[in-house]
Design a protein around this ligand. Structure first.
Ligand code: ASP
Length: 465
């Protein structure tokens, strides 16, 4: 018999059907055994009546067994109808049960919210944690958000292009994760902190509108809203102004979250300068929601603009605040080229803030070699330094690179806002623990002597335990 999804059962009243899924709950009442079965579409109650041939096997089954059930979809008598539950008006009268795979007892309770369970236990059994209702919902909201964004961008003639994972370090302001090369022992690739340079090169390549759901890897201190790995909805557009990119993103976000049933506090999104935000909120990310808004799951977006381009390092040198590939605002263009009033130069950077998080950031880029060169000169690079660091992109800019700009939205931070979660790892399928341990698998780990030899690596004996 063909499998029917649990959500469809209501259409099959009086019929013999087959469902497949997990045993969510089992209640043995002696003469009768009740079950809740679960598949990806929801829950239904089933009952094995006394005298049924399925009784023997029903007694054997435990929670989280994977089963195939055959039974008749019955309407429940009026007094047993549970209007607050999915399929609360029907019940499956079980005629046959096949155990597709048994299950050991769960290492922790997955029937409720698992956020209070020890982090390392959840990580070890993440595939079970993900069965819980909240985690299923978070993953589905994430998928929906990305799907809607993709659809929006395709409808605006963007094309999706993947950029390399093994690459050269890009200066996003964090430490790189590096990968040793076997073919060139002693040399290393870096995992991308973002596709920044490649997406700009795609503008040189004439694609005009690019996006990617890109993995970004940064070796930074782990915090509630930060992990080693995150995903960005990364996009770039040619022949645009700051207003064009901001309007595209604002329209996309509005279309996407409203299609998903959310309410936005203020449209168009309010704008505030970095300076005013610091005076008013003491930070460049802030929460514009009232207590009432918070209860109702309202999304309060705002743009922050006019950030300083440069700041001083602890050593007293200049470095960029957000993105070295940005263009200054037009009024400060000359200052940059002449290297005057460095601390006062404002960048075209725009950050999207939502409910207290920075949910995205981007800028109009330098698209001429002399502009990017001027930025790196301010930061103390000489000719050789420039060549070594950004020679490839300066070269590309000499071959007709159009004016362009873009943004990257942090998928996790956006999903945290949509789901009300406060931890990044609650919206990632297989996140690391706070100590940087991978979920389920045991990385980081030692390499074998053979691997080390192949890679030309020697581990200091103080690290070998
Ligand atoms: N590459 C930047 C980042 O990852 C975002 C952008 O400017 O597009 O922060």
């Amino acid at each position: 018999m063909e499998r029917i999804l649990i959500v469809e059962l209501g259409k099959h009243i009086g019929e013999m059907v087959s469902i497949s899924g997990w045993v969510d709950v089992r209640r043995d009442q002696g003469k009768m055994v009740f079950f809740d079965f679960r598949d990806r579409t929801g829950l239904v109650q089933g009952v094995v009546l006394s005298g049924s041939v399925a009784m023997e096997i029903a007694k054997e089954i435990r929670n989280e067994y994977v089963v195939r059930i055959e039974g008749i979809v019955n309407k429940r008598p009026e007094k047993n109808v549970q209007t607050d539950r999915q399929n609360g008006d029907i019940e499956l009268e079980i005629k046959g049960i096949e155990i597709l795979n048994p299950s050991e007892a769960m290492p922790f309770d997955i029937s409720g919210d698992t956020s209070g369970i020890d982090e390392s236990v959840r990580a070890e059994y993440r595939y079970l944690d993900l069965r819980s209702k909240r985690m299923q919902k978070n993953m589905r909201v994430r998928s929906e958000f990305v799907r809607h964004c993709r659809e929006y961008l395709f409808s605006k003639q963007f094309i999706e292009i993947e950029t390399p994972l093994l690459t050269e370090s890009t200066p996003e302001g964090s430490r790189d994760f590096v990968v040793p090369s076997r073919l060139q022992p002693g040399k290393f690739y870096a995992l991308p902190q973002s596709p920044q340079q490649y997406k700009q090169l795609l503008m040189t390549a004439g694609f005009e509108r690019y996006f990617q759901v890109a993995r970004a890897v940064r070796d930074e201190d782990l915090r509630a809203d930060r992990g080693f790995e995150h995903t960005q909805l990364d996009l770039e557009m040619s022949f645009v102004t700051k207003e064009d990119v901001m309007a595209t993103v604002e329209n996309m976000i509005t279309t996407v979250v409203e299609a998903m049933g959310y309410t936005i506090k203020q449209k168009p999104f309010p704008r505030i300068s970095y300076k005013d935000a610091m005076t008013k909120y003491g930070a460049d990310k802030f929460d514009l929601r009232t207590e009432e808004d918070k209860k109702n799951g309202i999304l309060a977006y705002a743009w922050v603009v006019d950030f300083p381009f440069f700041k001083k390092t602890d050593e007293g040198d200049w470095t960029f605040t957000h993105n070295p590939f940005s263009m200054p605002i037009p009024e400060h263009f000359d200052w940059l080229l002449k290297r005057e009033h460095i601390g006062d130069i404002l960048t075209t950077q725009y950050d999207l803030v939502c409910n207290g998080y920075e949910s995205g950031g981007g800028s109009i880029r330098a698209h001429k070699p002399e502009i990017l060169e001027a930025v790196y000169r301010v930061m103390g690079f000489d000719i050789e330094g420039l060549e070594e660091r950004i020679g490839h992109i300066l070269k590309a800019f000499r071959y007709g690179t159009p004016p362009h700009g873009g943004i990257a939205l942090g998928i996790e931070r956006n999903i945290m806002n949509l789901t009300g979660e406060t931890m990044l790892r609650e919206v990632q399928a297989f996140p690391m623990t706070r100590g940087g341990q991978t979920a389920v698998m045991k990385a980081p780990k030692l390499l074998t002597e053979k691997q080390l030899k192949e890679l030309g690596l020697k581990i200091d004996k103080k690290w070998k335990q």
